[in-house]
Design a protein around this ligand. Sequence first.
Ligand SMILES: Nc1ncnc2c1ncn2[C@@H]1O[C@H](COP(=O)(O)OP(=O)(O)OP(=O)(O)O)[C@@H](O)[C@H]1O
Ligand SMILES: [Mg+2]
Length: 386
Amino acid sequence: MDAPQDLLGVLRRLLENRESLDGQQRLATARAIADSLQGGTECDGTALAALRLLAEDAKWEVRKVVADLLAYLEDEAFTVLAARLSQDVNFFVKRAAERSLDRRRKMKRETGKKERALKQCGDRLDQMRRRYGDAAANAAAQVGQQQAELLLGTVAHDIRSILTPLKASAASLSQTVAEGNHTDSAQRKAKAVLDSVDFMERCVSDIESYSSPLPPERHPEDVADVLAAARDMAVRNLQELGYDMSAVVLSMEVPDGVRVGMARHLIILAVANLVRNAYESFMTGAAQLRAGHIAVRVESEPAEVGITIRDDGMGMQAEDLAELRLLLPARRNKTKARSTGFGLPIANRYIAAHGGTLIINSTEGQGTVVTVTLPRQPNGWEEAQQ
Ligand SMILES: Nc1ncnc2c1ncn2[C@@H]1O[C@H](COP(=O)(O)OP(=O)(O)OP(=O)(O)O)[C@@H](O)[C@H]1O
Ligand SMILES: [Mg+2]
């Protein structure tokens, strides 16, 4: 461990003679090791030997600090100390050790998932190389790289555009509080900080929705019921943001008894965003909608079910449409409250995971038609997941 000189000195003193430090000093030493490991420093032999001693300390507070940091240790050290501390006589130490064990298991699972996904990428490229040759495989790898760069650039840009005002609000709040001013102004600034943190949380949830593995379970669901739930979700979301929806008329034309095998909540979330986008196409200002129509229609074919969401709202310019059809997260739309720009990409991902497709057509000033197709017997799950 690359410990600061004074910590290293203290550790050596401790290892030479554990009685040379009193209880408070041993607690401070355990905390200093914890801070250092949490900061990303590797645990070297000296720190490890000190931790072994501290895990046997007479004070339970010291043993608890060691139990809290177990998740950060290498396998061997972890096994020895976890075995000891999860049997500790003190309840708090035992519980802290059990929590660390859980955290460790979770970290392992996440790493395992990442390693499997990385290996899968490598295997698929090798497969392409064998089937289509080096040039095709290299081109595919380059497209993947370019998409990753685009995505990271977008995410970084969006996070910064939330962080910048957040930092300003936090600094201003800190100054107001330092001046002893606990009035309305401090409250307003605290609210601005919380709003930004909320929005950041929403962005992170969207990133998770866009990247986490999807559940494989499917159940036959009534399409009319699913679409009604999606419409209600969209309406509720917009009402929560203060929209008056009465100017927009939404009609639904869904034949009875159409059932499709699906992960219900994923399709509801996907369609809710499409319906919400349709409502938002009538935006004239903050939380203001002009008069317009949205028509949700279902066509049931033997092999598939088509869902169209048509609006006569603002539509899109041809170049925006071309970009949108890539279905990659784009910059958030600042004219919309709380837009992350992940809505369509997430919808597309959920639909593709059912072996379905999402097609967008739009004309500026006239409106937009989004068509979702879902196979009746979804068998594209494994393919979509690969
Ligand atoms: N029906 C539509 N009519 C007009 N423009 C649309 C429509 N659907 C999507 N768009 C445009 O595509 C953009 C991206 O949509 P998407 O749903 O991915 O993100 P968002 O609605 O901006 O934010 P989020 O859905 O994350 O809250 C929108 O901001 C809007 O400009
Ligand atoms: Mg949206």
